[in-house]
Design a protein around this ligand. Structure first.
Ligand SMILES: [Zn+2]
Ligand SMILES: [Zn+2]
Length: 372
C-alpha cells in the first residue's frame, strides 16, 4: 500500500517538515520532499532533526526542497541540506527570489555586507548560525538557477510524487504580492526591518492531495493572503480547500488564525477527526491560546510540536501548572485561555496518509493537547 508520511519536526519556534512517500512493501524506494529547515538547541549544541532523520535512513536524493520564505526560523541549518550531503533535484522558492530578478543580485551584495555586520554585532551563536544559513541559501540560489522553481497563483500543480497518486499544489503566494517586499528589499536590503515584516506575504503554501485526503502546509502566510485566496477561488464549486489536516499558519499566531481561515480550509463534512499541527514554542504567544480554541471550535484538533514549554503561555503565576490543578478546575482554566509552562504537547509528529484513504497520527508523547 502506498503512503505518505508528513513529519513535523520539533524545532521549537520554526518549521521543519518532511514528506516521505513510499510503498509499504519497499520502504527503501522512498521519495523525499523537504519543506523549510530549522534547528533546535540540545545539551550538546544545535541539532537538525530533519537532517539527522534523512541521514539515519541513508537518504542521498531529495526530490524537492521547498523554502517557504527567507525568515530565519525557516532557513536555519539549511547549509546542512545544501553542502553536498544530498542531491537536490528542484528547489521551490517564492517568485521574488528567482535569480531572473535584479533584486536578488542586489540582495546578494547587501546580504554579504549584512551578514558580516550581523556576525560582528552578535555573540549569540544561534543568531550567527541563522545569518550564515541565509547567506548559504542565497549563494546556493545563485549557483543553481537551472534547478529553481517559482510559481504564483492560487492552485498550481507541482510535478512531484505524481506516480504515487498524490497531487501537490502551490496555492500561495498569489500574484501581485511582489510589490511591497520588492520595494523594501531594493531600498533596505534583505535584513531591514520592513523586509522582515513583509516577508510572510511571500510565503509558499502547499496543498497535498493523497487519494482524497488533503493536508495544507501554510508556511507563515498571513490571514490577508488567505482572504485573497478565498476570493480568487470563489468560482470553484465548493469554495473551500477541503482539508482534514493543516499546519496552522505562522506558528499559531492569533491574527493569522482567524475563524474564517479554518472555515475556509475545512472539508465540508467534517465528522471524522481533523488535525491542526502547530509549530510554535509557546513564547511570543505563538501559538496563541485563541488559535488553539478557534481550531478546536472549527473541528481541528490541535497538535503542537513543543515539548519544553506549554502549548501557549499566558499565565497568572497562581495557575502556572495545569497538571497540578484538580480535574474539575481545568474547564475554567481552558475557558479563560490560561495555561502554564511545563505542559509539554507532542514533540515531533508524523501524519501518515494511506492510499486507501485512512490516516494515522503519532508523536513523541502521544499525549493529547489540552485543547483536544
Ligand atoms: Zn516562521
Ligand atoms: Zn516568517
Amino acid at each position: 500500500m502506498k503512503a505518505i508520511d508528513v513529519r513535523f519536526f520539533n524545532v521549537g519556534h520554526g518549521d521543519s517538515i518532511l514528506l516521505e512517500a513510499y510503498d509499504e512493501s519497499r520502504r527503501t524506494d522512498a521519495q523525499y520532499i523537504v519543506i523549510d529547515s530549522s534547528m533546535t538547541s540540545t545539551k550538546s549544541g544545535l541539532a537538525h532533526p530533519c537532517v539527522d532523520y534523512l541521514k539515519s535512513r541513508s537518504v542521498k536524493k531529495i526530490l524537492a526542497l521547498v523554502v517557504t520564505h527567507l525568515h530565519r526560523d525557516h532557513c536555519q541549518g539549511i547549509e546542512q541540506l545544501l553542502d553536498g550531503s544530498f542531491e537536490i533535484d528542484t528547489t521551490v522558492i517564492p517568485p521574488l527570489f528567482s535569480t531572473k530578478t535584479k533584486v536578488l543580485e542586489e540582495a546578494f551584495d547587501k546580504c554579504k555586507r549584512d551578514v558580516e555586520e550581523a556576525l560582528k554585532g552578535t555573540d549569540s551563536e544561534s543568531l550567527r548560525s541563522q545569518y550564515r544559513s541565509i547567506a548559504w541559501f542565497l549563494a546556493y540560489l545563485a549557483k543553481n538557477e537551472e534547478s529553481l522553481m517559482a510559481r504564483q497563483g492560487p492552485m498550481n500543480v507541482l510535478p512531484f510524487l505524481q506516480s504515487t497518486g498524490a497531487t501537490l499544489y502551490a496555492c500561495l503566494p498569489l500574484r501581485r504580492t511582489k510589490g511591497t517586499l520588492y520595494t523594501h528589499m531594493t531600498r533596505g536590503g534583505l535584513f531591514c526591518e520592513e523586509t522582515m515584516q513583509t516577508m510572510n506575504d511571500m510565503s509558499i503554501a502547499l496543498l497535498i492531495d493523497f487519494h482524497g485526503n488533503r493536508c495544507l502546509l501554510t508556511g507563515d502566510a498571513p490571514a490577508a493572503q488567505w482572504r485573497t485566496h478565498r476570493h480568487e477561488m470563489r468560482a470553484e464549486p465548493s469554495g473551500a480547500l477541503k482539508c482534514r489536516f493543516l499546519k496552522s499558519p505562522h506558528h499559531g499566531s492569533e491574527h493569522d488564525n482567524e475563524p474564517f481561515f479554518f472555515d475556509y480550509a475545512r472539508t465540508p463534512n467534517q465528522d471524522e477527526p481533523s488535525y491542526c499541527f502547530v509549530s510554535g514554542k509557546g513564547g511570543a504567544k505563538q501559538p496563541h491560546a485563541s488559535t488553539l480554541k478557534t481550531a478546536a471550535a472549527n473541528g481541528f484538533s490541535p497538535r503542537c510540536t513543543n515539548l519544553a514549554d506549554a502549548c501557549f503561555v499566558h499565565v497568572p503565576q497562581m495557575l502556572s501548572n495545569l497538571r497540578r490543578l484538580p480535574e474539575e478546575a481545568r474547564p475554567f482554566v481552558l475557558h479563560y485561555g490560561i495555561s502554564g509552562p511545563n505542559i509539554p504537547c507532542q514533540g515531533s509528529m508524523i501524519l501518515t496518509l494511506k492510499e486507501d484513504g485512512t490516516h494515522s497520527v503519532s508523536s513523541e508523547t502521544n499525549r493529547p493537547c489540552v485543547y483536544s
